[in-house]
Every structure is written in C-alpha cells, then in structure tokens.
Design a protein around this ligand. Structure first.
Ligand code: KIV
Ligand code: NA
Length: 272
C-alpha cells in the first residue's frame, strides 16, 4: 500500500526536486492526477471552474468539503490540500481553526490553504500550533478580487516589498508551503531563496520550488479565456464539443443507438 504524503514530506522536497501540483475537484480526475503529482489542491477555483460562479467569493465551506471528500476517495499518494473559502477564516484565528478542523475532519485531507500574508500571520500560527497544517497563498489572492481591482500582476515595482513581506510572514508563522500567484519571476526567486519552506508558483516563473495549475486549464477545457501563465497540454474542450455534436447528430439521424447498444426481448445464452 502506498503511503499518502504528509506536509513534512512536501517540505523535504525543497532544494531536491521540483514539486508537482495540480488542482483536482472530482474523484476520477484525482485518481489520474494522483499518479503524477506530489500535491493535489482542492482549490476554491472549483466555484468558477465547475459551478460557473463569476469569482471565488460565492464558494461555501460545504462545497469545499464535498469536493474534498470526492478527491480523497481516489487520491492515494499525493498530499491533498483543501482551500478555505472566502468568509470561513478571516474573522479570527478561532473561526479559522473551527472551520479548518471541520474541513480536515470531514474530508481527511492533510492540510488547508488560505489567502493572505502579514495580516494572516496570527491565524497561521494559531492553526499550525494546534495541528492544522497550513499552505499560504500570497501575491494575487483571488478572494480579494474587489479590493485588488481584478486579477492583475502583484508585486511589481514598489509593491515588491509588500509581497515579499507577506510570503516571509506566512513562512515564519509556520506555513509548510507558500503559493505565489501572478508575481514577477525575480520576486518569486527572491522569496524562494529567503524562506525555508517550498514556494509553489502559478504565474510566478521557473524558480519556484514547485508549480501548480488549474487542471481544467491544462486540459484546454475553456475556449473563452486564456491566462498568460497557463500552458495547455490538451484541447479537451474541442474534443468534448466534437463528441457532443456527433452524439446529437446521431440521435437526430437515428444512427444511435445501434443494435449493439440495444436489448432483445428474449434471454439469450451469451458469452459476455
Ligand atoms: O483555487 C485555486 O485553484 C488556487 C490555485 C490556482 C493556487 O488557489
Ligand atoms: Na484558491
């Protein structure tokens, strides 16, 4: 039986080998991704990717738990990290602990992730000293969509020190890894060199300790929007469209179902 990775196993990879992460939201995809990844993130991006929400702000703790449970049923070796959704941890360290404990208890995941730097320092320390492993997330923090004014690059020019201090604060507070989203590559390298836990980049260049992408993005499931930091490794959106179109055409032309997909009225002795 394979042993599922724990947060310290991820920390141990820093400086040794690049850490491979993808988001996963469902059991069948987690089964596939688990075989190739060190860490599977049940991201609150699930709200946008699978539920059609305009931002991650409408994601509930119940949604995160349902998707976390689905992923945990088939993830056998990768560490599973579940995002804490907007509104579930910002009020106080106590609120964060209560909801993190619920997520870990109901999903069996190994860690939670939350957004924020210096202002989350006390919360991260409160959680990590009480048995909750925390992955931090700084730079572009999508739950701050409204106050940041959209999804622009963070940490450019004079803003670099803010993002640097955020990352260092979360590492000092006990985070076992720090997600760096949409920041200049140079800044990501500075952070990676400065902290002793892994940085996991998304739109943060090649010098992070690991990389993460949204799995539907690498699949090419979306046709409408392309982020610069996404590399598409497939065009499944086009494939899916072709499959649906062909099915629709065959139903309309009565080509489907054929005899091989249909049942006769008498019981036959069959080898299958
Ligand atoms: O929700 C998410 O998918 C994330 C990653 C993209 C880092 O937070
Ligand atoms: Na997220």
């Amino acid at each position: 039986p394979v042993k599922q990775k724990l947060p310290p196993d991820i920390v141990a990879l820093k400086g040794k080998q690049p850490i491979v992460c993808l988001t996963a939201y469902t059991a069948p995809i987690a089964r596939l991704a688990d075989q190739h990844c060190d860490l599977l993130l049940v991201g609150d991006s699930v709200g946008m990717v699978l539920h059609g929400l305009p931002t991650t702000l409408g994601v509930s703790i119940e949604m995160m738990i349902l998707h976390g449970q689905a992923v945990m049923r088939t993830a056998k070796s990768a560490l599973v990290v579940v995002d804490m959704p907007f509104g579930s941890y910002e009020e106080s360290p106590q609120q964060a602990f209560r909801n993190a404990a619920r997520i870990l208890a109901e999903t069996g995941a190994g860690a939670v992730k939350l957004e924020g730097g210096v202002h989350m320092r006390e919360t991260i320390e409160f959680l990590t000293t009480r048995g909750v492993a925390v992955m931090a997330h700084v730079g572009l923090t999508p739950q701050a969509f409204n106050t940041l004014g959209g999804y622009r690059v963070q940490g450019r020019d004079e803003d670099a020190e803010r993002v640097f201090n955020d990352a260092v604060a979360t590492a000092e507070a006990g985070a076992f890894a720090v997600t760096l989203e949409k920041i200049p590559s140079e800044l990501a390298k500075r952070i990676t060199d400065a902290i002793n836990v892994p940085t996991i980049g998304i739109g943060a260049g090649a010098d992070c300790d690991g990389q993460v992408l949204v799995i539907d993005d690498i699949f090419g499931f979306f046709v409408d929007f392309r982020a610069k930091f996404v590399k598409r490794y497939a065009e499944l959106g086009e494939d899916a469209d072709r499959a649906i179109a062909q099915y629709a055409a065959e139903v309309r032309s009565r080509q489907f179902p054929g005899p091989e997909h249909s049942f006769g009225s008498t019981t036959k002795v069959s080898k299958k």
